[in-house]
Design a protein around this ligand. Structure first.
Ligand code: FMN
Length: 231
């Protein structure tokens, strides 16, 4: 194999991973083998971070631990206020509002939930806390002292995790929604005070027959996200 074809294979592999990955919102119950999860984690561990600090730490559940979290988190959400460790977006305006609206319409449209149907919208929102029936979840925390850049490093880690999962045929759903209840997760997993909950990732095998997994989101044109400077 000459260097050019190696490059082509690599490019094609990455292209496929990036374009075929999607946020899975309905999982089959089958667990992922521990050896596969470990392979996934070893790949994701190659994520770059500022000063190679690798600030991420994961709490991963399987079996009865996933079921207990699912039950207890859902009960908590329905009777407690939000308490995220990191402030959630203050508002979505302009293009961000538009893109958010489009993916919301796709999600609720895939399920036949009409705009304004508050009951079914809320029910679908709560699916986040049922982990979309996934057999596993990973809760990602960062070190408080590393501030915004620690969270940035964890964001990179999350993407590595998603792509590593995709490369192994495992589907995943990154979920900031889970960080809404950081205080609950801190108690549940005995997370120390110096850690901040960034997000969760539910993962397992996708239910391809479920309509919620049938839509694919779009991406903005390059001209709207890049400003070129040439002189
Ligand atoms: C950091 C992060 C947090 C997210 N949180 C949620 C969430 O709480 N619930 C959810 O259903 N999707 C969540 N998503 C999925 C996004 O909605 C999804 O990535 C986006 O719409 C693009 O679609 P795609 O992942 O299918 O390409 C999150 C994604 C990221 C990267």
């Amino acid at each position: 194999m000459n260097p050019t074809s190696i490059g082509t294979d690599l490019h094609e592999a990455l292209n496929r991973l990036l374009t075929e990955r999607f946020t899975c919102r309905q999982f089959r119950p089958d667990p992922v083998a521990a050896t596969t999860i470990e392979r996934l984690l070893r790949l994701a561990q190659r994520t770059p971070s500022w000063c190679n600090t690798q600030p991420w730490h994961l709490h991963i559940t399987e079996g009865a631990a996933t079921e207990r979290l699912r039950t207890e988190l859902l009960a908590h959400v329905q009777s407690h206020p939000a308490s995220p460790d990191f402030p959630f977006p203050a508002q979505y305006t302009g293009a961000y509002r538009q893109r958010r609206r489009e993916c919301g319409l796709q999600l609720y449209g895939s399920l036949g939930i009409a705009k304004g149907d508050q009951e079914r919208t809320l029910r679908q929102l709560l699916r986040n806390f049922e982990l979309f029936d996934a057999p596993h979840v990973a809760i990602i925390t960062t070190e408080a002292d590393l501030g915004v850049y620690g969270a940035v490093d964890c964001g990179l880690y999350i993407n590595s995790f998603l792509l590593a999962a995709q490369s192994l045929g495992v589907a995943a759903a990154p979920q900031a929604a889970l960080a809404t209840y950081s205080d609950f997760l801190r108690d549940h997993f005995d997370i120390p005070d110096n850690r901040r909950v960034v997000a969760g990732i539910s993962f397992g095998y996708p239910d391809h027959d479920h309509p919620v997994n049938a839509f694919r989101t779009t991406r903005e044109e390059l001209e709207n996200v890049v400003t070129w400077h040439t002189a």
